[in-house]
Design a binder for this molecule. Structure first.
Ligand SMILES: [Zn+2]
Length: 303
């Protein structure tokens, strides 16, 4: 017999740092409540721009190795113990921004065969058996090729993992009950940027980003789920700070290498795209899932 947490949440992201920015409060909350939180990151972000002058010599594989350490440090801040690199570290490389020649590199995620890449994720899904999976929308939230590809791979893997005819050698079929995309309601984003405008003189950043720079912003009606992670605001900020090559944090704001100030959202929002919605505005990703909603701790399952 092996012991498995009753509630199991899987998140699929493109680069180290995306998980902390998008879902840091959610991950910290569920980890603290005893759920198993599994992060699958598709690349090590080898083409990311480095913020600290003292680390700008890092690029390619050296930057990837450094970002792997940042990711581990961030996960310690969030209390998340299960972190996987899709297909193993270095299997898929950062594709860089859309339209760059980097996108043509045969080793990059953008060039990956989606079905093949999804099979790596199928193996993890069948091992962990998450009831809930979180990823980006079909535009990757903001059009980055790796984010679009992470979306495609995650959604394909959800289907393949449930199909007993697909790679039975990777474990028995598993159907994920609920799939969510990362969202920010437009009204919440607009209010946060209005506050940012007032706070800007006190911040180490000169220029604010705009609502259009925030991934996953949609009209409020599309948002199905609100996770209040305000109790985990410090953990989220610490996790973001751990990604020091990519993020500069001045709570409750941050900036990427473009130096544009953005709000840190500690209430995180989602759109349910698969599975049954439990109520007008869900406040728990596991809401309505038979047998586990509101439960904590572990259950005994056959290995
Ligand atoms: Zn990213």
């Amino acid at each position: 017999m092996t012991e498995r947490a009753a509630r199991r949440l899987m998140l699929v992201h493109a680069h180290p740092d995306d998980e902390s920015i998008n879902n840091g409060a959610t991950m910290a909350r569920y980890a603290a409540e005893g759920a198993q939180v599994t992060l699958v990151t598709c690349t090590l972000g080898e083409r990311g721009e480095v913020i600290p002058a003292g680390l700008r010599h890092l690029s390619g594989a050296a930057l990837g190795a450094h970002r792997r350490q940042e990711l581990d440090a961030a996960m310690r801040e969030l209390g998340v113990e299960d972190v996987r690199l899709l297909g193993g570290a270095g299997r898929y490389q950062d594709s860089g921004m859309m339209g760059l020649p980097d996108n043509d590199d045969p080793g990059c995620l953008w060039q990956a065969d989606v079905d093949q890449a999804a099979e790596h994720l199928v193996a993890v899904i069948r091992e962990v058996r998450p009831q809930v999976l979180v990823t980006y929308d079909d535009n990757g939230g903001y059009g980055h090729p790796d984010h679009i590809q992470a979306h495609r791979i995650a959604m394909r893997a959800v289907d393949l993992a449930a199909d007993p005819a697909v790679r039975p050698d990777l474990g028995g079929p598993w159907r994920i009950a609920k799939v969510y995309w990362n969202r920010v309601p437009r009204s919440v984003a607009e209010a946060a940027f209005a506050r940012l405008e007032d706070d800007l003189p006190e911040l180490p950043f000169d220029t604010p980003a705009t609502v259009g720079d925030v991934p996953g912003v949609v009209d409020d009606e599309r948002v199905t789920t609100r996770i209040d992670g305000t109790a985990y605001a410090a953990a989220k900020a610490a996790a973001m700070r751990a990604h020091a090559t990519q993020i500069e944090v001045a709570e409750p704001y941050f900036a990427l290498s473009n130096k544009l100030a953005q709000p840190v959202f500690t209430t995180e929002y989602y759109e349910l795209v698969r599975g049954e919605r439990a109520g007008e505005m869900e406040t728990d990703l596991f809401a309505g899932i038979a047998g586990i909603a509101g439960t904590e701790g572990t259950e005994e399952v056959a290995p």
